[in-house]
Design a protein around this ligand. Structure first.
Ligand SMILES: O=C(O)[C@H](O)[C@@H](O)[C@H](O)[C@H](O)COP(=O)(O)O
Length: 261
């Protein structure tokens, strides 16, 4: 892998992973607040929201260990083409796991769901969500790409992340910030997703991948690459990428682990 390598952290248990993830997110949050007095983060679905909730809802251990939700602006890395109250909705998942359990004062944190109730056409929906990103990240200026402070992503057993699937033409998208997909190999087929250039442009990108079911694809991502979406992100963003895994997920993976300080 050329250039700087991603950080691979492997924890014995998800508890240790969640503690480290909390501390990593606070570091990213504080950097975002220093930069622009807001923390702009995008999240995806799968098992991530549950681990995220475990990390973020934990009791603070010190005065520095503070999650400033009132400064957060939360976006979605991808979404399925279903209403926000549908069981397949990533928004519903994160709402149930996390948002309903944190204090919301005066509309803070700001949450930007992708709501298929308003528009059912995936291209129109992608354009509308891109408009949401433009309003937040560009503010009237011409900006080539949005810069998220942090993306919190999962890794599928086929090496997909967001709704960017292996071998899919969407991986070659260079202009759009948000794109529709009508033929996702993982159901449901209709979705919208952040594009690869947006993902790799983020200040920090964190993947959470746990369980022995991930070890084959983790080997492929870290040892061969094979153009898998997760590997493309590792290659493009290098040490801006951090993988939070458990030992089961990286058993046999030939790639140096870093210790989490
Ligand atoms: O939209 C989806 O289909 C899921 O959100 C999916 O992208 C998920 O994030 C990965 O498959 C990892 O899932 P796990 O973390 O549950 O393994």
């Amino acid at each position: 892998m050329p250039g700087k390598q991603p950080n691979l952290f492997a924890f014995r248990e998800v508890n240790g992973l969640a503690t480290a993830l909390r501390s990593y997110i606070i570091t990213c949050q504080n950097a975002g607040l220093n930069r622009h007095d807001v923390f702009k983060v995008a999240v995806s679905g799968g098992s991530l929201p549950k681990t995220l909730a475990q990390a973020l809802l934990a009791e603070p251990k010190s005065d520095e260990d503070v999650i400033k939700f009132d400064k957060w602006e939360i976006f979605f890395a991808d979404e399925r083409a279903v209403p926000a109250d549908h069981p397949d909705s990533n928004y519903l998942l994160i709402k149930n796991e996390l948002l309903d359990k944190i204090p919301i004062h005066r509309g803070q944190p700001i949450v930007h769901p992708i709501d298929f109730e308003q528009l059912n056409d995936t291209q129109e929906l992608a354009d509308a969500y891109e408009g949401t990103l433009v309003a937040s990240f560009a503010k009237g200026d011409s900006v080539k790409l949005p810069i998220f402070d942090l993306l919190l992503l999962g890794a599928g057993p086929d090496g997909h992340t967001c709704s960017l699937f292996p071998g899919h033409p969407l991986l070659r998208e260079t202009d759009a910030w948000v794109a529709p997909i009508e033929d996702s190999p993982k159901p449901p087929p209709r979705r919208i997703t952040l594009t690869l250039p947006v993902v790799t442009h983020a200040v920090r990108i964190a993947f959470v991948a746990t369980g022995g079911g991930k070890k084959e694809i983790m080997r492929e991502i870290f040892e061969a690459g094979n153009g898998l979406p997760c590997a493309l992100i590792n290659e493009a963003a290098g040490d801006r990428v951090s993988w939070f895994t458990d030992e089961a997920a990286v058993e046999g993976v030939q790639f140096p682990r870093r210790s989490f300080l």
